[in-house]
Design a protein around this ligand. Sequence first.
Ligand code: GDP
Length: 393
Amino acid sequence: MEDPNDSHPEEIPGVRENLENNDTAAAAARIQQYLERENNIPLNIAITGETGSGKSTFVNALRGMSDDDEGAAPTGVTETTIEVTEYPHPNYPNVTLWDLPGIGTTKFPAKKYLELVGFEKFDFFIIISDTRFRENDVKLAQEIQKMKKKFYFLRSKIDDNLRAERRKRDFIEEETLTKIRDDCVHRLRGLGIESPQVFLVSSFELHLYDFSLLQQTLERDLPKNKRDTLLFVMPNINPEIIIKKKKAFQSKIKYYATLSAAVAAVPLPGLSIAVDAAVLVVAVTHYVHAFGLDVPSLKRLSARTGVPYADLCAVIISPLAAAEITKDLLLKVIAQLAGTVALIAAEEATRWIPFIGIPVAMGLSFTTTYKVLNLLLEKLADDAQRVFERTLV
Ligand code: GDP
């Protein structure tokens, strides 16, 4: 757990000055604005490939949906003369996956194609093929490079290839995978891509093969401010992802804590706890969404994995998972957290001691929010791990 004394609320420009000048309202507004922006950073991912290559299946897998899931239907946006389909992430509307038709099915040269699909808005491109990559794929990649955007080659339906090869007597999975990967790289090199990044993926089993490598590569390549955005929408494909999500959230707890500290400085009875609860609702809702512990996410996971919804719920311990996060529910849960009740009571008591009481209340409010959020986050991350493990059984 991060030490609250190590936190630097001044990391957000202007907050320290506001607090030093006792302008807590301005500090709170600044932090709130910062958190809102942080939670809404846009991420646009372009997925392109020929019809049947597995684009929509991959898009649905990234959104945690199964093909027959409601809401998996394309929104049917038609831009210009190329039909691009927009799929917002169900928990993060700021993240959009774009299904673009294969360049081969359009009659446009790569440059025109990119202009028509509006390439500027995309953070990166994923070029999918379920067979060998073609000249068209390479032309597109080269043009994407000219536009200073990133691209990744994704070889889909790897489970199909492995199934076919498995029948052979001398089958070794790792060797087959290496062979397919090398073939793709060799071919792409031959067509003019110097060091192609190729990932072998099965959209039905994202936890296998190269998907986690793709995730790590994307994370490394993205600008810093977008890394967490990508991380939070990633399905929980392994325990490491869940831990990463937890760490990313932990590093932001100090802002929520400062926010409630700033509010505690305003001497109105009962205000602090009410606003703290509002701050907590925002944070906890975010945790639940990123961990996929909200009811719709759990239902989608059940549909994808075939593990009954009730079985997933059975391994959940936190009352905040598989529930609607309301102030009332949160206050109930917090009341049950050992140790925090005393702190909250102390804060209410001290805020009324003139001059001295207000700074003390600020400190207490910071500590309370800090501890409460860390505890809740810890419990939700544990639930996410248990749910993940349950889907593997
Ligand atoms: P799109 O036209 O590019 O959107 O392709 P679809 O996503 O509709 O996929 C075409 C077919 O390939 C469907 O029958 C999918 O079920 C199947 N498919 C897609 N991805 C995979 C995969 O990773 N493994 C297997 N075995 N089949 C897949």
